[in-house]
Ligand binder design. Structure first.
Ligand code: ADP
Length: 484
């Protein structure tokens, strides 16, 4: 194979105007936390400190919830639906106008390749606002009953893997449906949420409709437990999702929980092999594998397994790992030291339990948090690497002989968020999709997202759906539920 070298093509940081410090965004203004506590957010690719971020505790959460309640009662619930839609359109357009700035800040704070933040995260975030802007004045005609009502004040907690996109998934439908929100971004990636607070100011959104509080799990728990919250919308680990479900169980709060996954990517013998290999790479190495719906369990029909593995290894050898700001980079930095530790720990269990590890030769930068693209073969269903979510660029490869065995193995998981099917027989794809217990199933592709398409899981992957009409129903009080 020819050795095709790329000259580096770094994106400029000049457009990112990151302040030395940020307060909390409450009632339309940036305010200092009551106790003046703060924490640092760093660039995981360089370990450089990017900014000092306000740390919200119970008192600050109380202020934010009060501000959201007052905005709900006095302003937002009285704002005509068409006007709500206009604000959402305005936000969407500002996100597009400031897309490059958002992409650069996202990549600096998260470690993901600029190509992905530029081409996926930010355009999809804007698309979510555009999509939901269109819904704002059509809720009465959407099968939610005559006069569907907002649930009120919503507490929203999001993870670090798609910071702005997860914010958009949460805030756009909530506002379209007439709710006000208090949102907490993850502690390692608060910057684009704070930039979004500026967008709310720029759009002239009434004060208190969106409040952004920064902090860690303790801050998140204070939000969950605040008595004046009507609903919690959470995306994150199954463990925290369960804790949230427990804490709200004796209250009237409703919840949407989007949790972990261990998706099967099923390759049948009649699949288009080269396309399937691209799909495997996209399924597990997109966003460093920090994806709850990642195709982290590859299930290959035995008679094509050798061919697939050979081609997969050749393809993996071409993955460019390094500076996330370089437009050629495919695999960026792991988001945090803690996450890197977790990836090492579970991967080592793969070695200890007898699976065979393989990574292409690659040089990892000396500073920052990095993990090479990795596959394990000889994996059995009982191995930890086949059962637990690794949330990193690590793929477990299993094989099957008959389609029925493939389905059985695919469904042998406590999760059920997504799955992929590769076959050139339409009837087989439909048959398999029907058997698979997963909320989202891709056929001959992987990791495709659209605001109109509901997303969510079965079993321990969560409750409820986000996106589409189904996602809106979680933000409305209605006697009529969206049909499945
Ligand atoms: P991950 O494993 O992806 O880091 P977590 O579930 O730990 O996922 O974190 C997702 C979000 O939940 C983050 O914003 C985090 O601060 C928040 N969080 C963590 N613990 C709690 C908790 N006990 N209650 C509420 N939110 C929490």
């Amino acid at each position: 194979m020819s050795n095709f070298e790329y000259a580096s093509a770094p994106e400029s940081k000049a457009i990112a105007n990151i302040s030395d410090s940020y307060g909390l965004f409450i009632g339309g203004k940036f305010v200092d936390p009551r106790k003046g506590k703060s924490f640092e957010t760093i660039n995981p690719a360089t370990e450089e400190v990017l900014s000092k971020i306000g740390y919200a505790d119970k008192l600050d959460i109380d202020l934010a919830v009060k501000s959201a309640r007052s905005a709900f009662t006095k302003v937002w619930s009285k704002t005509p639906a068409k006007e709500r839609g206009k604000y959402l359109y305005r936000i969407a357009r500002i996100l597009q106008e400031r897309a490059r700035e958002f992409a650069v800040v996202e990549t600096l704070d998260n470690g993901k390749p600029i190509r992905e933040s530029r081409d996926t995260d930010i355009p999809l975030a804007a698309a979510h606002f555009f999509y939901h802007a269109g819904w704002a004045d059509k809720l009465e005609y959407a099968g939610f009953g005559n006069k569907p009502k907002p649930v009120g004040v919503v507490g929203q907690i999001i993870p670090w893997n798609f910071p702005l996109l997860m914010l958009a998934w949460k805030i756009a439908p909530a506002l379209a449906a007439g709710n006000t929100v208090v949102l907490k971004p993850a502690e390692t990636t608060p910057l684009t949420a704070l930039l979004f607070a500026q967008v709310c100011q720029q759009a002239g959104l009434p004060d208190g409709v969106v409040n952004i509080v920064t902090g860690d799990g303790i801050t998140g728990a204070a939000l969950v437990n605040h008595p004046d919250i009507n609903k919690i919308a959470f995306t994150g680990s199954t463990e925290v999702g369960k804790a949230i479900a427990r804490s709200i169980s004796a209250t009237n709060k409703s919840a949407t929980l989007e949790l972990g996954g261990k998706a099967a990517n099923l390759i049948f013998e009649d699949a288009a092999i080269d396309e399937a290999v691209e799909g495997i790479v996209n399924g597990i190495f997109f966003n460093q594998g920090h994806v709850c719906c990642a195709g982290s369990r590859l299930l290959v029909q035995e008679n094509v397994a050798d061919e697939i593995l050979e081609k997969l290894k050749a393809r993996m050898s071409l993955i460019r790992i390094g500076d996330p700001m370089d437009k050629n980079t495919d695999l960026g930095a792991i988001n945090s030291k803690e996450q890197l530790k977790r990836i090492h720990e579970i991967s080592k269990s793969g070695d200890a339990e007898g699976a065979n590890r393989w990574s292409p030769e690659c040089k990892l930068p000396s500073k920052g948090y990095w993990y090479p693209p990795t596959i394990f073969t000889g994996v059995s269903q009982s191995h930890r690497i086949a059962r637990e979510e690794i949330f990193g660029p690590v793929l477990s490869v299993l094989t099957f002989r008959t389609p029925a065995e493939g389905i059985e193995k695919a469904n042998n998981t406590m999760y059920g968020l997504s799955a992929g099917i590769w076959s050139d027989k339409g009837a087989k794809v439909l048959w398999a999709a029907k058997q698979l217990k997963a909320g989202v199933i891709w056929s001959n592709t992987f990791n495709k997202f659209d605001p109109a398409s509901p997303f969510g899981g079965y079993k321990e992957s969560g409750w409820g759906r986000e996106g589409g009409r189904h996602g809106l129903s979680g933000y409305l009080k209605s006697d009529v539920k969206a049909s499945k």
